[in-house]
Design a protein around this ligand. Structure first.
Ligand SMILES: [Ca+2]
Ligand SMILES: [Ca+2]
Ligand SMILES: [Ca+2]
Ligand SMILES: [Ca+2]
Length: 325
């Protein structure tokens, strides 16, 4: 999987996890990798093999506020390059954990769980190419089940989105070209930006405005190549070391924007907004997770379904932390 390194070492996300877009063309591979993975690898290299991080520890909290994790458990292995992700893979309303791993043939192996705390993958399949694609997971058809997709950038920088509607190996059900990769700090993500379930989750690119260092969010609702579904806008930026993150923070059915900011003390500060537009955070900023332990921010609806709206659809915080067990 292509990932960002770059001078800022930036991350971004797939439905729940920060994953960057590849730089264009394989030729100049500006070593792209989420900084947390990079840090984990660096730490692993510097330490004895017996103490290299060999598990992701998931620390998930049922509230967008500072405090202790509601759930904590380990799954996946950073040494194998596992990229953590989260989604509702079986459509029961609860988001759970998975990882994407490069297999021996250069493809992406998806190892997903449908229950919190599961130690072994309950669903696994191969989808996408590790060397060319950025993995995404989303509810592309709006039926409530999250399934795989990839963003593939060609040599000209055009992005092809290849989305599949079932958690199994096979061809994409939806393919379209949209967006342009502006460089190694670009980000691919997805969400239900318009709150219209019938057209499912759309995709998005988030690029840096080279003049002012702000993130520019470009959201597509409808799986076609037309521009301007939601006019581009700015939120967050590299000057504050912000990593973009998206979620339905208020449970109204619409996925909106946010950033996690590296605070002076090394903690992640979450600045989440309930509208897809420029403006201030609408949720009181809070700290959760720590860059010093190389936590990767990850979000989802972790709590059991209770029959209460909007509580049943609110997306809340979490981190994946590389540890040694
Ligand atoms: Ca589920
Ligand atoms: Ca679906
Ligand atoms: Ca939609
Ligand atoms: Ca919302």
């Amino acid at each position: 999987m292509k990932r960002i390194i770059g001078s800022l070492g930036f991350v971004a996300l797939l439905a729940g996890i920060l994953v960057p877009l590849p730089a264009h063309a394989a030729s100049t591979r500006i070593a792209i990798k989420p900084f947390a993975l990079t840090s984990a690898k660096t730490a692993a290299t510097a330490s004895k093999s017996s103490t290299k991080p060999n598990r992701w520890e998931f620390l998930l909290r049922n509230s967008n506020s500072a405090g202790a994790p509601t759930y904590s458990y380990t799954y996946g292995n950073p040494q194998l390059g596992d990229l953590p992700l989260a989604g509702d893979f079986n459509g029961d309303g609860v988001w759970t954990i998975g990882v994407v791993r490069e297999d021996s043939t250069g493809h992406m192996l998806w190892l997903l769980n449908n229950t919190q705390h599961a130690n072994t993958p309950q669903v696994q399949f191969v989808y996408g190419n590790a060397n060319t694609d950025v993995p995404l997971i989303g509810d592309w058809d709006g039926n409530g089940t999250f399934t795989p997709g990839v963003a593939r950038v060609d040599d000209a920088g055009n992005i092809t989105w290849l989305l599949r509607n079932s958690n199994s190996s096979g061809p994409p059900n939806i393919t379209f070209i949209w967006g342009f990769d502006l460089g190694p700090l670009a980000v691919a993500t997805n969400g239900d930006w318009d709150g219209v379930k019938a057209n499912g989750q759309g995709v998005a690119t988030i690029n840096i405005d080279q003049d002012n260092g702000h993130w520019v969010w470009d959201l597509n609702n409808n799986h076609d190549g037309t521009e301007g579904d939601i006019p581009g806008f700015e939120y967050g930026g590299v000057n504050n070391k912000d990593a973009p993150i998206v979620g339905d923070w208020n449970g109204d059915g619409t996925t909106t924007i946010g950033v996690v900011r590296v605070w002076w003390d090394g903690y992640w500060a979450w600045e989440l907004r309930d509208q897809n537009s420029t403006g201030a955070p609408t949720i009181t900023p809070f700290k959760y997770g720590n860059t010093k332990t190389t936590d990767i921010p990850i979000v989802g609806h972790w709590a059991p379904i209770t029959g209460n709206k909007p509580a049943d659809t609110v997306v809340t915080v979490g981190v994946a932390r590389p540890i040694h067990v």
